[in-house]
Design a protein around this ligand. Structure first.
Ligand SMILES: [Mg+2]
Length: 227
């Protein structure tokens, strides 16, 4: 059986230019009179949107959380343009390569599901990802791989083992969540962490960008007999 591939979004597939999404969040908080945080300065790396918004709203009631979530998603949909998004080198080739192999390809991201889909729709990549785990409910990224795994099993009808999941991301949290589930951790140094910083967290493989991904994967799948 083939491996299945789970991609993080921000820092891995794309970068939102000029912190456009953070400006949207800041403007919503300002409007609601919750303006003590400088959203552009906060560390979002590898965190789930549930965790980020819970911190920004200081452990809110569910009704306030949902109100702000809906405002954010609505404004993201209205305001985010394709020109606000930089797609990293090698992303489109890597996705075409996996599609050519008919490999199961999904998302493992801290984004709210609809935010993830909006970002990917803008750049025409949404249809590559048939399943995924998202940051709507979970505070801890380590809770996402089991959810993605279950969706994969349900959708494919195949019995994938955790070690057949390849989890690709740009932060130590991505590496840790792959490790916690017994999956393959692929780190890419396109986000805010350098190769040296990521290497300290001992991913199974460290790529400078996804340009290196198809060659790595060909060798990896040949090596473990899963090509
Ligand atoms: Mg990321």
């Amino acid at each position: 059986m083939n491996n299945a591939y789970l991609f993080d979004i921000d820092g891995t597939l794309l970068k939102i230019k000029n912190k456009a999404n953070r400006k949207i969040i800041q403007s919503i908080l300002n409007r609601l009179g919750i303006a003590e945080n400088n959203v552009e300065e906060l560390d979002f790396a590898g965190k789930t949107d549930r965790s980020i918004f819970s911190t920004l709203l200081d452990d809110p009631q569910e009704s306030l959380f949902n109100e702000v979530k809906e405002l954010y998603i609505g404004e993201l949909d209205t305001r985010l343009a394709a020109g606000d998004i930089h797609v990293y080198e090698g992303v489109e080739d890597s996705l075409a390569y996996l599609a050519g192999r008919s490999a199961a390809t999904g998302l493992l991201t801290g984004n709210f599901e609809r935010a993830a889909r909006i970002k990917l729709e803008r750049i025409g990549l949404n249809s590559h990802f048939s399943f995924g785990a998202f940051g709507d409910r979970h505070h801890n990224r380590n809770d996402l791989p089991p959810e993605a795994h279950k969706q994969l099993q349900d959708q494919s009808g195949s019995d994938y083992q955790p070690e057949q999941l390849v989890i690709i991301g740009d932060t130590p949290r991505d590496i840790r969540c792959a490790r916690a589930f017994g999956s393959v951790a692929v780190a890419v140094a396109t986000g805010t962490f350098s190769r040296d910083e990521l290497a300290r967290h001992k991913p199974d493989v460290l790529l400078t960008s996804l340009e290196e991904f198809p060659d790595w994967d060909r060798a990896f799948t040949a090596g473990n007999g899963r090509g």
